[in-house]
Write a protein of this length. Structure first.
Length: 142
């Protein structure tokens, strides 16, 4: 089981962000106030690995992912149902870094986050996500 360490909303196509302590998520709609319709997560361990490997420091907010987690393997959640706070979601695909992220941050981010850029997920059950909330895969038999 993991935990939510931070929440960031991407406000527009230009990349403006806002950090919040909690947010509502709607089934099929993503996070309230976020520009995108999906939920994106990134592990704090991935950002720490980026720093160790490249010297680049990137915060959860700088990563342009919605939810910063710790203690859960996000790559293993592709195709899996999981909960984050009271929200039920399904992992769709890895959120590989893009050239826009590198333009907004610094050279080396693109290569440094390959296969550890996080997870894109669809919200299947509405609820609330807050800092400190658990993140966990649901049992296959559920």
């Amino acid at each position: 089981m993991g935990v939510v360490e931070g929440i960031t909303l991407v406000l527009d196509a230009a990349g403006a962000t806002r950090t919040v302590d909690a947010v509502e998520a709607g089934a099929g709609r993503g996070l309230e106030g976020d520009y995108h319709s999906d939920l994106t997560l990134i592990a704090a361990e991935s950002l720490e690995g980026l720093h160790e490997d490249t010297g680049i420091e990137l915060s959860g907010a700088d990563s342009r992912r919605n939810v910063l987690t710790r203690g859960i393997d996000l790559n293993a959640l592709v195709g899996q149902t999981f909960t984050v706070g009271t929200v039920e979601a399904v992992g769709v695909e890895l959120a590989e870094p893009c050239t826009k992220l590198q333009r907004l941050t610094e050279p080396g981010v693109l290569r440094g986050l390959v296969h550890r850029g996080g997870l894109r997920a669809d919200v299947v059950s509405s609820g609330r996500i807050g800092v400190g909330d658990p993140v966990q895969a649901l049992d296959a038999g559920r």
